[in-house]
Design a protein around this ligand. Structure first.
Ligand code: MG
Length: 263
C-alpha cells in the first residue's frame, strides 16, 4: 500500500457528468464490482439477477473497441459466468483468486494452492455453529468462505458469528486467513487475496487504458487503493470515507452511466 494514500469522502457526481469525464479518453479499462454496484443487494445472492437491459448494455460496451470491460467480484467464477453471459467480458471471481479471459482461458492469481482444505474445515465449523437456525447461508467458495446473514435476526447473528470467530481462531491463524466484514456478510479469505490483485493484473495487461473502478463495499476499497492514478467511483447513497475519488448514489445510477457510455 502507498502510505501517502488517505481516506477522504468522495464528492457526488451525476451519471451524465461521469460519462462526460470519460468521453475524451481513447481507451478505457472499465472494471466493476457486481452486487450492490451493478445490481441492488438482494436478500439472498441468488436473487441478485441482472435485468436483460443491463446485459444488453454490457454486451454493447464490451464490443466497443475503446473499452475493456471487467467484473471483479467476491462471487465464485461459476456464478459470475451464469449471471453475466456477456461475450467479451473479463471476470474475476472470489476477489481475484482466478480471472477468466473473454476467450475462456483462466488465470489463477492466488499463490497458495492448498487453501481449499482450510476453507472446507471452516465451512463445516460455520455450519456446526449455525446448527438448525434459519436465516444463515454458508458459501464455500473454495478459496474463501462467506457467511451470509441478511435474513437472520440481529442478536442471533451476533451470537452465532461470535461463536464461529472464537472456534475458528486457531485455524485462521494457522492458515494465515483474514476476516472481512461486508454488508451482512462475513468472509474469511487468505491474506493478500483481494480485488487489488485482479485490478493490477488487468492494468498490466492493458497499459494504454485509463483504469476506472466502481464498487460499493469494504472489499472494493482494495481495488480503489490500487487505482489511484485512475478513477475510483464509490456507489453509496450516503457519503462515507473511501479511497475512491467520486461517488454515484446507486446501482440504477451506475446502469444509467453505463447506458450513456454504450450509446
Ligand atoms: Mg458489492
Amino acid at each position: 500500500m502507498n502510505p501517502e494514500q488517505t481516506l477522504s469522502t468522495p464528492p457526488l457526481i451525476s451519471p451524465a457528468a461521469l460519462a462526460e469525464r470519460l468521453a475524451g479518453r481513447a481507451k478505457i479499462l472499465l472494471m466493476m464490482d457486481y452486487d450492490g454496484t451493478m445490481v441492488p443487494i438482494a436478500p439472498t445472492p441468488d436473487q441478485a439477477r441482472p435485468e436483460k437491459k443491463l446485459l444488453g448494455t454490457l454486451a454493447r460496451l464490451a464490443q466497443k473497441p475503446e473499452y475493456v470491460l471487467a467484473v471483479l467480484s467476491g462471487r465464485r467464477l461459476e456464478d459470475l459466468l451464469q449471471l453475466l453471459p456477456v461475450p467479451g467480458l473479463y471476470l474475476a471471481g472470489v476477489h481475484g483468486a482466478v480471472v477468466k479471459k473473454p476467450n475462456g482461458s483462466t488465470v489463477p492469481l492466488l499463490k497458495r494452492k492448498d487453501t481449499e482444505k482450510a476453507i472446507l474445515a471452516l465451512a463445516n465449523l460455520a455450519r456446526a455453529c449455525i446448527g438448525s437456525q434459519q436465516g444463515f447461508l454458508v458459501e464455500n467458495k473454495r478459496y474463501a468462505l462467506a457467511i451470509h446473514y441478511r435474513l437472520a435476526g440481529a442478536g442471533q447473528a451476533e451470537e452465532t458469528l461470535e461463536l464461529f470467530l472464537r472456534k475458528s481462531e486457531d485455524l485462521r491463524r494457522q492458515w494465515n486467513l483474514e476476516l472481512l466484514q461486508g454488508k451482512k456478510i462475513l468472509e474469511v479469505r487468505p491474506q493478500g487475496l483481494h480485488k487489488g490483485s485482479p485490478l493490477l493484473w488487468l492494468k498490466k495487461n492493458f497499459p494504454g487504458h485509463f483504469p476506472v473502478f466502481l464498487g460499493d463495499d469494504t472489499t472494493d476499497e482494495d481495488a480503489f487503493r490500487h487505482n489511484k492514478n485512475g478513477q475510483g467511483v464509490l456507489v453509496s447513497v450516503h457519503p462515507r470515507p473511501s479511497y475512491a475519488n467520486l461517488r454515484l448514489k446507486s446501482p440504477s445510477e451506475v446502469q444509467e452511466f453505463l447506458e450513456l457510455l454504450a450509446r
